[in-house]
Every structure is written in structure tokens, then in C-alpha cells.
Design a binder for this molecule. Structure first.
Ligand SMILES: [Zn+2]
Length: 433
């Protein structure tokens, strides 16, 4: 069977395995089943996959696809097998039925990211059947737990199975390589070269505890509330990183929009639906997400705390912290509860050329551009090994599909033609990589 046919079957099979990741160890049972399925698909064609479990059931699959020149640095291709929960009552099809309808494969994980897992599996199987080797070693990683922070998946692999990544210098994975129609017969393909950093911070306020009926000018809840409101309303300044600058320059040119370096938001406002993706990468952000204080209606507590979800641009984390400290003031204590640095690489070199050439060969109207993801992926973990990570899981999309909304969204689906397009692009890419 040709990979462009088999990709449909494999994607369907994967969608039918419920790999919901609730973040709770007891309820994430499907990952093991999916890992066994993947391992079997790889073993069937002669590869030697290894299933690695970080905790019972939290399974990832690793395999090395040997290249023609094993002395060259290796390439990592990674995809996660888990998905976020789906409420069947909100969907027009069952989220784990893997339905094929109206030219789409429907199901939780269809774009995030069983589509890419299926493309990689189908392609590797075809290459093995045909006796075609990639030019250099390719490490394949199908991992658990991306959707709840990577602890039981990529982080575990990086910390405890480092040897599998020997010689790996570059990687491709999710959230990049998808098309955005820009009129005429042209499509931007957004290749992810950067990710914002993640800083989850807790703010602590201390005060004088006491009875709720008394005068109290040192109330921890009041102090915390003031600080949280200041943070929530603060607009951090626009900082154009190299990735975002290059993206805006290229997009402005394609769309015939004027780009004012002093006011890039004006240009972002004119680029259509992708503004949603790009807008958050112009500046650092800090969003209050949780509050905790008090234990009785008539008692003023001595402490109050809040959580702030902060996303920082590459190279900005120290400046951001200084600014945040100024905003909250000297009496509020800051505690980091989760930290992952931002990533940024350049949009150049042989691997980028291979991605761009593969896209152009399959879509003459393709315009590959770099972009920054405002969220984070497993790339954050693999980057710890010094690996240069890209988001490149190519898929060509119909002009009217709001792709961004499908991620973790209701009626998540992937166009079958887009999936097949992805296999062909990956094939060309791999040959040139
Ligand atoms: Zn994902």
C-alpha cells in the first residue's frame, strides 16, 4: 500500500484509540495502547522500536531509522500520542470514532497531532518496504504526556533515555508547516522557528490577620487584589524579535501591507485570522489565572496568593521579571512555580531549505515563512539536549478552514487531501535532509 493511502488508515486507527490526557495518572490509560500500536507498525517493517514507560501506562516509543550515512548528525522527528479531553455531547461526530466524512477525518487529535504521527508512520513504512534509507539517521519519538506538560513523556526521555538521542542536532515536530491562504493562488506555510517561554508565577501577599469587624489597614487580600489588578491590566511593550520581524516583513510584502517598525500591531491587525496566532508574539504577557485566600467569612487572613500565567519572548525573561516586580511592588513576594525558557532559531540553513523546497515542489503557490508559537510543545524538552527544533508537520488546508480553532477545539478534523499532501512533502523533505 502506498503511504498516501495508508496514512488515512493509520490516522483513523490512532484517532480510535482514546489517549485522553487529563493530567491525572489514573485516567490516562490509552497512551500504552497507542504506543503498542505504533511499535507494531514500526516492527512490522523491520525497525526495532522500544517502548519506554515513565509510569505504568505512560508509554512512549523510540526507534532509530538508520540513514545512508550514519556518520552524519541525526534528525529527530517527534510527535505526541496523547490528546486533550473531548466532550462527545458537543461534537457532531463521536470524538473517538475516527469518522471519514466530507473529505475530512474527524476526531480528537486529528490536527493535534495524530495526523503527523500517521504521516511519519506511513512514510517510514513505505521507505522501509522500498528499501529507501534517509540520507542520515532519523530518530523517531512518539511520546506521551505532551498535553499536560511533558513530564511523563518528552521530559522523561530527555532525562532518562538520553542515549537514544546521541548525535541528534535538529528536530521537527508539531505546530508548523500548515498553510494559510492569502489570496490569489498563494499560501503562506508557517514554519515554527521560535516559541515563547512559560513562567507560571505565584504572587504572595502578607498582612496582619484579624477579625473581619475591625479596622485593618494591612489586609493581605486587599494588597494581593491590587497587585493582581495592576498585572492584569498592564500592557507590556512591543518587542520585535528576529522571527516575528521576518514574519511580518514577508507577510507585509505578500499582502501589500505597510509595515511600520514602530507600530507593528497596525500591520498585524490587517493580516486576517492568523493575527490570533501572531498577536501574542509581539510582547510579553501576564494573565492572572488563580486566586487563593481566606478560610472564613469574618476572618482576615494573614496571607493571600494568586497565580499568573506569563509568556515571555526569547531573550526577555530577565527584563520581564524586573518589570513585573515593579508592577506588583516591593511588598508582594514572587515565586516561580513552573519555568520553561523561550526558544528561537534562525530561518536559514540546509534543513530550512529542504522544508521550503519540499513545500514548493508540492504546492507551487507556497510561501514558507518563519513564525513564533505563543505556546509551548515538546520541543522545549528536546531543546535541552542542544537540539535545534522546528515546528514542521506539513498540511495543506482549504482556504476557509479556521485551523487555529481546531486545536483542542470541537469537531477537530483534518482534510484527507491535506494529510496526503503532508506525506508527499515529508517524503521530499526527508530525501533532502
Ligand atoms: Zn500538540
Amino acid at each position: 500500500m502506498d503511504a498516501t493511502d495508508e496514512v488515512i488508515d493509520i490516522c483513523r486507527d490512532l484517532l480510535r484509540i482514546d489517549t485522553t490526557n487529563t493530567g491525572d495518572l489514573d485516567t490516562s490509560a490509552g497512551e500504552r495502547v497507542a504506543a503498542e500500536y505504533v511499535a507494531e507498525k514500526l516492527a512490522e517493517v523491520g525497525l526495532q522500536p522500544e517502548i519506554v514507560e515513565s509510569e505504568p501506562g505512560r508509554a512512549s516509543v523510540l526507534a532509530r531509522f538508520e540513514g545512508a550515512d550514519p556518520s552524519r548528525d541525526a534528525l529527530l522527528i517527534h510527535g505526541h500520542l496523547d490528546v486533550v479531553p473531548a466532550d462527545a455531547s458537543e461534537w457532531s461526530v463521536h470524538p473517538f470514532a475516527g469518522e471519514l466524512k466530507d473529505g475530512y477525518l474527524w476526531g480528537r487529535g486529528a490536527v493535534d497531532m495524530k495526523d503527523f504521527d500517521a504521516m511519519v508512520l506511513a512514510l517510514v513504512r513505505q521507505m522501509q518496504r522500498e528499501g529507501r534509507k534517509p540520507p542520515r539517521d532519523v530518530v523517531l519519538a512518539f511520546v506521551a504526556d505532551e498535553e499536560a506538560g511533558s513530564t511523563y513523556g518528552a521530559q522523561h526521555l530527555v532525562e532518562h533515555h538520553r542515549g537514544h538521542f546521541d548525535g541528534v542536532t535538529e528536530a521537527i515536530g508539531e505546530v508548523g508547516g500548515f498553510s494559510v491562504s492569502v489570496g490569489g493562488d498563494q499560501r503562506l506555510y508557517l514554519i515554527e522557528t521560535a516559541q515563547k517561554g512559560i513562567d507560571w508565577l505565584r504572587l504572595h501577599a502578607k498582612g496582619r490577620p484579624g477579625h473581619g469587624s475591625m479596622i485593618n489597614d494591612d489586609n493581605a487580600v486587599t494588597a494581593l487584589a491590587e497587585a493582581v489588578a495592576r498585572v492584569g491590566r498592564h500592557r507590556f511593550p512591543v518587542v520585535l524579535t528576529p522571527t516575528v520581524r521576518e514574519f511580518l516583513e514577508q507577510v507585509s510584502q505578500v499582502l501589500g501591507i505597510e509595515l511600520d517598525a514602530d507600530d507593528p500591531e497596525a500591520a498585524v491587525g490587517k493580516i486576517g485570522p492568523i493575527a490570533m496566532i501572531i498577536g501574542a508574539t509581539l510582547r510579553n504577557t501576564a494573565n492572572p489565572t488563580r486566586l487563593a485566600a481566606g478560610y472564613k467569612d469574618n476572618v482576615i487572613p494573614g496571607r493571600a496568593s494568586a497565580t499568573i500565567d506569563c509568556r515571555t519572548l526569547p531573550g526577555q525573561s530577565e527584563l520581564f521579571e524586573e518589570e513585573l516586580r515593579r508592577i506588583v511592588g516591593p511588598d508582594i513576594e514572587l515565586e516561580y512555580i513552573h519555568r520553561q525558557p523561550a526558544l528561537e532559531t534562525t530561518f536559514d540553513g540546509d534543513l530550512v531549505a529542504a522544508m521550503s523546497a519540499a513545500l514548493r515542489a508540492e504546492d507551487p503557490g507556497a510561501i514558507p515563512v518563519p513564525y513564533m508559537l505563543s505556546g509551548g510543545t515538546d520541543a522545549k524538552q528536546f531543546a535541552r539536549l542542544g537540539i535545534r527544533c522546528f515546528g514542521f508537520s506539513p498540511v495543506r488546508l482549504p482556504a476557509d478552514l479556521n485551523f487555529g480553532a481546531l486545536f483542542h477545539g470541537i469537531d477537530e478534523r483534518v482534510p484527507v487531501e491535506g494529510l496526503q499532501f503532508g506525506v508527499r512533502v515529508l517524503d521530499r523533505f526527508l530525501q533532502q535532509s
